[in-house]
Design a protein. Structure first.
Length: 349
């Protein structure tokens, strides 16, 4: 940054150092103090900016990536957007294999950032040639001078959060946190941050949030992959139908599963009660905390830090759409009251 003009050289310099924000109204009545690490303050509006920049710069340092090369990745949307953003600044092509479960908003955003997008069916086995994992592998083979980021099996995913996210959380809390909570998809965020925090204080509890329909919780408890756990679910970027190598299960103390419906309502509740317009996975993370709190996980001395991964603008056609919520049957419960304020729209004739 120049001394006379206070400007950043490019958008990538804004990645990281995201704020910690206390949750007040939404956790009222639960014991302890709750703080959110709000990753939507990254320039690409998600925590995936961190790994996109770190992995690409490591590939550059090792001579694997050169100007004009192509970056290929499997993504539910956020990592893809971050990679596309970094590619724009650094001069790479970007090709993304995206799950059909990803919102239309996410897919449109990827295209607007110049990425070439292949939308793949979500509800197929990971080894099916149509899955976004296998499509990305095929595209890598078909495109010379390409690099497949492979976030689910790339240990740099963990290292990025060990090097940056972990120290940020520790410093922002002056080491006073008692619990760290994050959703687990690739597992990079929770694993890297957990490793750092456990080195500082092994008593800190690391809590992972998983989805019903995912294999992660049972694998953590039994170390067995049970395909009978797998069934379709709606939350994006949370849970898996395979075991990611970027998840360090030994660093996680406990998993909590959440449902699509509860998570959707809690996402909308965050906007109404805390003014935090965030993504579906953020609602899932907080829903997991509520469930854990109701079972006595926290006490009055608890300082709970939760990662909210991305921004609500990517879910306008999903959790923030009354039509979509109704189509899923999510307004057919007592939780409907939470959403009343979001529907106070009147047309003046």
């Amino acid at each position: 940054m120049r001394e006379d003009i206070k400007a950043y050289n490019n958008i990538l310099e804004l990645i990281g150092d995201t704020p910690l924000i206390k949750l007040n109204k939404i956790m009222k009545g639960f014991p302890g103090n709750y703080y959110a690490k709000v990753e939507s303050f990254n320039p690409g509006h998600s925590s995936k900016d961190r790994i996109a920049l770190f992995i690409i710069e490591e590939a550059e340092r090792k001579g694997i990536l050169k100007p004009g090369d192509t970056i290929i990745e499997t993504t539910s949307g956020n990592t893809g957007f971050s990679l596309a953003m970094v590619s724009v600044i650094k001069g790479y092509n970007c090709i993304l294999a995206v799950s059909s479960k990803s919102s239309k908003d996410k897919i449109s955003m990827l295209k607007s950032m110049g990425a070439k997008v292949y939308v793949c069916p979500a509800n197929v086995p990971a080894d099916d040639p149509r899955s976004y994992y296998e499509v990305a592998k095929r595209l890598h083979k078909e495109n010379p001078n390409s690099v497949y980021i492979n976030q689910y099996f790339n240990k740099l995913n963990i290292e990025a959060h060990y090097k940056y996210t972990g120290p940020e959380v520790w410093n922002q809390t002056n080491g006073k946190l008692t619990h760290f909570v994050a959703c687990c998809g690739t597992g990079g965020t929770i694993s890297g941050t957990a490793r750092y925090l456990k080195e500082k204080n092994e008593q800190i509890r690391i809590l992972g949030i998983d989805a019903y329909g995912s294999v992660l919780k049972k694998y953590h408890e039994t170390r067995e992959f049970d395909k009978n756990e797998i069934y379709p679910y709606r939350i994006e970027g949370l849970g898996k139908n395979l075991i990611p190598k970027a998840t360090d299960f030994d660093s996680i103390d406990k998993f909590e599963k959440v449902s699509d419906e509860d998570s959707a309502h809690t996402t909308r509740e965050l906007a109404i009660k805390e003014g935090l317009f965030l993504g579906y996975t953020s609602g899932a993370a907080l829903q997991g905390i509520k469930q854990l709190a109701m079972r006595g996980e926290f006490d009055e001395k608890s300082n709970v830090i939760v990662v909210f991964p991305d921004h609500g603008s990517r879910y306008m056609s999903k959790v923030y759409s009354d039509e979509w919520m109704s189509e899923q049957g999510f307004f057919d419960s007592d939780l409907e009251e939470i959403d009343v304020e979001l529907q106070q729209v009147q047309f003046i004739k």
